[in-house]
Write a new protein. Structure first.
Length: 466
């Protein structure tokens, strides 16, 4: 493996997680073994001292009752039968002169001259005599007897050191496999923990080359990374829908702009070929203005829809009386309805005001009422009514027009979409898209119910002012 590859591996989160996990695991193991070693050493030391103290008290009582002879006799019996753990025993008289000494042969290398230079008070005293090699030591307890004699009992730490030495060997034998287990476990856990991240990276790379259909596989772990994967897939899904919608909108815009642009060019060419008749030039300029206005209306509507859908549409909200708003829109369109012999019935009850942009809401109601008049046959009827449902103001516009087939209903909110019934009517196919975007920008919603050949009902739900 090259140095560059190793350097790249060292920079990965997985490698750092593995090191951190392995380091913590190994350090924890060392701490556990250290505590166990300390507890074992302290326990063995306490046990040895308790044994020495018991022996010291036993011999002190024996000396007090039988004197030096009883003490020597007991020690010689123990030495003869060798039934107990060998002890170092020393009895010193005045001026710390040794009167009796019993030291096992295996401890002959201990120098006891230091004991002769020390004196003991009435309380128990502990002395520590190291062996020449400093591998073991002789632990000695001293106490004063009634006649001011000094009694000393000791025990070698050899057995204790042997146990601790075996414990250290076991530790060394165990720590190496534990290091390997810690590194392996850290690598496995880092691999499993970062697997969703790697899936996200691979998915982003696939999306980067144009594969918008690719999604991050779900591991069904119900943890934070699973939630991240779910949110990421949802975001990509929305982006794909948005891109497809943009492509479709651009295709529709290109298609719908072709006609007015062709008309503009044709009008301009006809004007250029004419004999510069003033009336014909004026008519040509008027047609150009009309087509330009149509193009500008389409582009402005598309801009308003995009701003509303992205949440940047400038809304000048205020407390608006719904009855006044509907009355203003009705005054504009009632003459158009009268020309088509369409009856408009307005039933508006006194309701609390809504917090909305009055100009935008007039645009919404105007578009819906214009569509209702446009697709209602002469002699038809349009009903406009308001009601209150929980914390929402409901504005309902119902017509007896041509209606829409069920397969068209999901698509009527799409930009530049025009159903079969609407192709015979003049329009851009942006009215309902703009209506939906403005209503949702006001934190409301719009619903439609339509029966082909019987009419449609549009219901606007807007939150009441707090």
């Amino acid at each position: 493996m090259s140095l560059r590859a190793l350097k790249n591996i060292r920079r990965t989160i997985g490698f750092r997680l593995t090191l951190w996990y392995s380091g913590i695991f190994i350090l924890s193991t060392l701490v556990v073994f250290g505590l166990a070693y300390f507890v074992l050493s302290a326990s063995l030391k306490r046990q040895d001292r308790e044994t020495i103290e018991i022996k010291l008290k036993e011999l002190s009582v024996l000396y007090q009752t039988g004197g030096k002879e009883a003490l020597e006799r007991e020690v010689n019996l123990e030495k003869k039968f060798e039934k107990k753990i060998p002890f170092f025993i020393r009895l010193a008289g005045q001026k710390n002169k040794t009167l009796f000494l019993k030291i096992p042969y295996q401890w002959a290398d201990f120098s006891i001259t230091e004991l002769g230079r020390k004196s003991a008070g009435a309380d128990l005293r502990w002395d520590w005599l190291p062996s020449p090699g400093n591998q073991t030591a002789l632990e000695v307890a001293s106490t004063r007897l009634a006649n001011n004699y000094l009694l000393q009992v000791g025990k070698s730490t050899e057995d204790r050191e042997n146990i601790l030495w075996h414990f250290r060997r076991i530790f060394i034998a165990v720590i190496l496999p534990l290091i390997l287990i810690g590194f392996t476990g850290g690598s496995f856990l880092a691999f499993r923990a970062l697997q969703p991240i790697r899936h996200i990276i691979n998915t982003i790379r696939s999306i980067d080359i144009g594969k918008m259909h690719v999604r991050v596989p779900s591991l069904q772990t119900a943890d934070e990374l699973e939630e991240l994967v779910s949110l990421f897939n949802g975001m990509v899904e929305k982006i794909e829908i948005l891109i497809n919608s943009m492509r479709e909108s651009l295709d529709n815009v290109a298609h719908d702009l072709r006609t007015p642009m062709t008309r503009l060019r044709g009008i301009a060419e006809m004007a250029l070929r004419s004999d510069h008749n003033l009336s014909e030039c004026r008519e040509a300029l008027g047609d150009c203005l009309e087509e330009s206005e149509r193009i500008l209306t389409m582009l402005n509507s598309l801009m308003d829809i995009s701003e509303a859908e992205t949440g940047v549409l400038n809304l000048e909200k205020e407390i608006v009386d719904v009855s006044t708003l509907i009355g203003q829109v009705f005054d504009i369109y009632r003459y158009v309805a009268e020309e088509k012999d369409i009856f408009i019935n307005v039933r508006v009850t006194d309701q609390p005001g809504i917090f909305a942009d009055p100009a935008r809401m007039r645009q919404v109601l105007g578009n819906l009422l214009d569509n209702a008049i446009k697709y209602t046959h002469p002699g038809g009827r349009i009903d406009i009514e308001t009601s209150r449902r929980q914390q929402n103001m409901v504005i309902r516009i119902q017509d007896s027009g041509v209606g829409m087939p069920p397969e068209e209903l999901p698509r009527i909110w799409e930009r530049l979409y025009r159903g079969d019934q609407s192709r015979s009517q003049r329009g851009l196919g942006l009215g309902l898209s703009l209506v939906k975007a403005i209503v949702e920008a006001h934190e409301g919603r719009i619903e439609v119910v339509s029966t082909h050949g019987q009419g449609s009902t549009f219901s606007i739900y807007l939150p009441l002012k707090n």
